[in-house]
Design a protein around this ligand. Structure first.
Ligand code: NDP
Ligand code: 2IT
Length: 445
């Protein structure tokens, strides 16, 4: 496999799609050796077929605000690969959304979903719509207009969207309502649904819980636990909330949160009411974490900075892509952090990952660490198909088992000669092999 040629050709075809190109390069670098050892992948054109999405739907989303003014946003669905099962992946509503970001997320999702052990392919979608500061009615009208286009290409055996940044239970409800109206069908076409109408217990907590279950396994390889560990989190959304709860439960202390305005440092620990307050902060539909210090004055707000300068044992980035750069990685390593688990998708830059690897930090990449979210979406699909609901403990224990299995898979495929576990390599190779072999089995389609 000529990696540089593949990348040069891809850059020419998709100039400026930096996040997508970054994600593809990372995977190809990890799997290069495996591909070279298996010439049948090359002769079947597996790599060329894998790095381009099966199809992309782009559409306009016109909607009216509460003052009667008309707005037009862009909507997308990237159906990347369905070798293992129906396309599956979240919808992101954020002003930064563009095709490059959704292609990177859809590409990552293929390997993540493969690692979950469940039969789901990879996709992603969303819009540059900004839900911040919008009324519930405005969000509803936007979601309805979005679904007026999306419904044509989704379905429980075709493509099953869910939430991501800016899309939580409320948005899933409005999207589902419109899908149901258009199709007259009440089947689980979206995951992350309300508990009374097909949702699964533990789905809201799943990504954060899963990330901490994975980090627990990473620490265990060094004979360590979360007990007494200081943990830095970023973000203050769904993933950060679930991770904060589970770290506390396992005896760790969460000392930071962050938003686009800066970060909160609470040396006494973010637990109990303070975690519940995160939900209020998100529900307030603003874009800031600063109000935390008005509620809990013992904490400090540091404007315009990331939390990675704070001393910690474990870091769990839970906000967004490329939020942890080379300098941040140096700070973390110099301040004693020896375990980094990516709750978000691709939060560390390639330079930051190199520093973690050079310093033999336990580094878990997003596609392995945060796979608990989509895995529990898969469990929601199973429950919908069976028309029954599992109890909380049942879903949680399945989630926990899946995270342990993903960890074992990474160890199997990522352990290097000196014993260091390269989780990036492990996750990429294991995720890739399953998809590549399924593509071979299914012929040239
Ligand atoms: P939420 O919308 O609940 O929270 C996202 C958090 O990140 C918020 O604090 C948000 O602040 C912040 N954020 C978003 N964009 C930016 C930006 N450009 N700059 C700085 N901060 C930003 O989303 P989730 O918690 O669901 O998602 C967080 C991460 O986890 C994402 O990378 C997502 O892809 C990933 N993920 C989510 C899963 C899920 O099931 N929800 C599953 C697996 C991964 P604000 O919104 O105020 O800008
Ligand atoms: O990035 C992700 O894995 C998600 N946003 C969850 C996707 C899903 O289908 O539950």
């Amino acid at each position: 496999m000529d990696l540089e040629k593949i990348m040069n050709d891809l850059v020419k075809k998709h100039p400026g799609e930096v996040e997508y190109l970054q994600a593809v390069r990372e995977v190809l670098e990890s799997i290069e050796e495996v591909v070279n050892e298996n010439p049948h992948f090359e002769s079947a054109g597996i790599i060329d077929r894998l790095i381009e999405p099966d199809r992309v739907l782009t559409f306009k989303v016109p909607w009216m605000d509460d003052n009667g003014k008309v707005h037009v946003n862009l909507g997308y669905r990237v159906q990347f690969n369905n070798a293992l099962g129906p396309y599956k992946g979240g919808l992101r509503f954020h002003p930064s959304v563009n095709l490059s970001i959704l292609k990177f997320l859809g590409f990552e999702q293929i390997f993540k979903n493969s690692l979950t052990t469940l039969p789901i392919g990879g996709g992603k979608g969303g819009s540059d719509f900004n839900p911040k500061g919008k009324s519930d009615n405005e969000i509803m009208r936007f979601c309805q207009s979005f679904m007026l286009e999306l419904w044509k290409i989704i379905g429980p055996e075709m493509d099953v969207p869910a939430g991501d940044i800016g899309v939580g239970g409320k948005e899933i409800g409005y999207l589902y309502g419109m899908y149901k109206k258009l199709t007259h069908e009440h089947h689980g076409v979206l995951t992350g649904k309300g508990l009374n109408w097909g949702g699964s217990l533990i789905r809201p907590e799943a990504t954060g819980f899963g990330a901490v279950y994975f980090a627990k396994e990473m620490l265990a390889t060094k004979g360590e636990t979360f007990e007494g560990k200081t943990v830095c989190l970023s973000g203050f959304g769904n993933v950060a909330w679930g991770a904060a709860m589970k770290v506390n439960e396992l005896g760790g202390k969460v000392v930071t949160l962050s938003g686009p305005d800066g970060y909160i440092h609470d040396p006494e620990g973010i637990s109990g009411d303070k975690i519940e307050y995160m939900l209020e902060l998100r529900a307030s539909n603003q874009d800031i974490v600063q109000p935390y210090v008005y509620e809990f004055p013992e904490a400090k707000f540091i404007p315009g900075k990331h939390p990675w300068e704070v001393n910690c044992d474990v870091a769990i980035p839970c906000a967004t892509q490329n939020e942890l750069n080379e300098e941040d990685a140096r700070h973390l390593v110099n301040n004693g952090c020896h375990c980094v688990a990516e709750g978000a998708n691709m939060p560390s830059t390639p330079e930051a990952i190199e520093i973690f690897h050079d310093n033999k930090v336990l580094f878990g990449p997003g596609k392995a660490v945060n796979a608990g979210g989509v895995a529990t979406s898969g469990l929601e699909m199973s429950q919908n198909a069976m028309k029954l609901n599992w109890l909380r403990d049942e879903v949680d224990s399945r989630l926990h088992q899946i995270m342990i299995s993903i960890h074992n898979t990474c160890v199997k495929h990522g352990t290097e000669e000196d014993g260091y576990i390269n989780y990036v390599k492990g996750a990429n190779i294991a995720g890739f092999l399953k998809v590549a072999n399924a593509m071979l089995d299914q012929g040239l389609v």
